[in-house]
Every structure is written in structure tokens, then in C-alpha cells.
Design a protein around this ligand. Structure first.
Ligand SMILES: Cc1ncc(C[n+]2csc(CCOP(=O)(O)OP(=O)(O)O)c2C)c(N)n1
Ligand SMILES: [Mg+2]
Length: 225
């Protein structure tokens, strides 16, 4: 056997490809972390020193399934250690803590060391409109609402003398108007053509990327297999 061994040491700490300071923050739910693509992505990011921060929002539930029932290691940030990737767990209900943790994670990614940040939070409602969240008692739902970080942080800043009631009301009104505008724009827009379904899957054109829709032939007419 050859004694020559490939080593990463020459490339560690230098993001490949563009070599700039841009980084990607890739956000996902806890329900994503047991599929193969998640692990394949972490592995290749670590091997290639890609400037990526994987942000896993662990709200304790993948649809209606508790993380402890679906993940043999429910401390999801520990998955990074399989790929020699740095990681941390942060209180996702504390915006200041998330800001600080995100800064550390981004600095790492920009230096060519991808990072996994797990933000532990809660889901205030069901997974979607078809999930009435019956797995929660009314008391639990009320307690979660009271801990809503957006409202709790406003109270915190108010107590610190950094926000007034008027400013809170103004920020609230601005945010509500932005969302209402977006909803109006969406309602007033025509339905996109189905051929645009795969647009923007990749940032740049990729040869042979599949645009096959359900029911389309697997191979174009005339191709025999
Ligand atoms: C690739 C893929 N596999 C499975 C599903 C089905 N699915 C929809 S939501 C979900 C769980 C999502 O969990 P999480 O990311 O924690 O979101 P949350 O329920 O907290 O909103 C799954 C498995 C899917 N949409 N895509
Ligand atoms: Mg979840």
C-alpha cells in the first residue's frame, strides 16, 4: 500500500471556491436532521471548508413527533462532531444570545470552518393549518404563548428603558403593514406558470437538472432503454 496519505491541513481555514467573506446561513427545522441529505451536506461542507452556518431550529417537534422519539441523540448540535465541525446550542428564545451565537458561527464560517448552531425554541402553533396541535394541553399552549420571545423581548427592552410603549406600538404597526402588503401583493399576483416550478433551484444553470413533473415520461420520446 502506498504510504502517501491525503491531508486536509493545507486547506483548513481557507474557504474554497470564491475565497471571499460571504457566508451562507442555512436554516432548517429539527425534523430535517435525520435524513441523509443533512448528513451528506455536513460531511462535504466540512471536507471542503465551505462557509456555511447550519442553523437548526429545534422546537421540540417534527410535525407532531417529539425530538426524543425521532432522534437517538436529541441534542442535535452534537451531530456536527461526526464531521469534526464546531457547533453550539443556544436558547432560541433569547434574541441577544442568538445574536452573539450567530456572530461566533458566522466568524467561523467566514474563516472556512462550517458551523452548526442549534437554537432551542418552541412552536407556538401546530405545524401547519391542518395541525390543530391536539398533542398539547390548553395550559401548555398558554404557557408557550406567555414565553413568546418577540413579546417577552419587548417587555425586557421596556424594562431596560430602551423601548417606550409608543415605539413598541410603532414597530408593531410597521411590521403588520409589511406583512399585510406582502399578502395583498400575493393575492393580486397571477398564479405562476407551472414551467417555472424549478426556477431558482440552483443559483446558476446546471446541465441536465431535472424539470420532470409528476406524470411526465421518465425518458423523452424516442429514447429506448
Ligand atoms: C424531504 C422530505 N421528507 C419528508 C417530508 C415530510 N415532512 C413534512 S414536515 C415534516 C417534519 C418537519 O419537522 P420540523 O422541520 O421540525 O418542522 P416543524 O414541525 O417544527 O414545523 C416532514 C417529515 C418532507 N416535506 N420533505
Ligand atoms: Mg420542529
Amino acid at each position: 500500500m502506498s504510504s502517501r496519505r491525503w491531508t486536509r491541513s493545507a486547506s483548513v481555514g481557507r474557504p474554497r471556491y470564491r475565497g471571499g467573506t460571504e457566508a451562507v446561513m442555512c436554516l432548517m427545522g429539527d425534523g430535517t436532521t435525520n435524513i441523509g441529505a443533512f448528513h451528506e451536506s455536513l460531511n462535504i461542507a466540512a471536507l471542503w471548508d465551505l462557509p456555511i452556518v447550519y442553523v437548526v431550529v429545534n422546537n421540540g417537534l417534527g410535525m407532531g413527533t417529539p425530538v426524543e422519539r425521532s432522534s437517538a441523540e436529541p441534542e442535535l448540535h452534537k451531530r456536527a462532531s461526526s464531521y469534526r465541525m464546531a457547533s453550539a446550542r443556544v436558547d432560541g428564545n433569547d434574541p441577544a444570545a442568538v445574536f452573539d451565537a450567530a456572530r461566533v458561527a458566522l466568524d467561523s464560517a467566514r474563516a472556512g470552518r462550517p458551523y452548526l448552531l442549534e437554537a432551542v425554541s418552541a412552536r407556538l402553533k401546530g405545524h401547519s393549518v391542518v395541525d390543530p396541535a391536539r398533542y398539547r394541553s390548553r395550559e401548555e399552549a398558554e404557557a408557550l404563548k406567555a414565553a413568546d420571545p418577540v413579546a417577552a423581548y419587548a417587555v425586557h427592552l421596556h424594562e431596560q428603558g430602551l423601548l417606550t410603549d409608543e415605539l413598541i406600538a410603532q414597530i408593531d404597526a410597521e411590521a403588520t403593514a409589511i406583512v399585510a402588503d406582502a399578502a395583498r401583493f400575493a393575492d393580486a399576483s397571477p398564479h405562476p406558470d407551472v414551467t417555472t416550478l424549478f426556477d431558482y433551484t440552483y443559483a446558476t444553470p446546471v446541465p441536465n437538472d431535472s424539470r420532470r413533473l409528476p406524470g411526465d415520461a421518465l425518458f423523452p420520446a424516442g429514447v429506448s432503454v
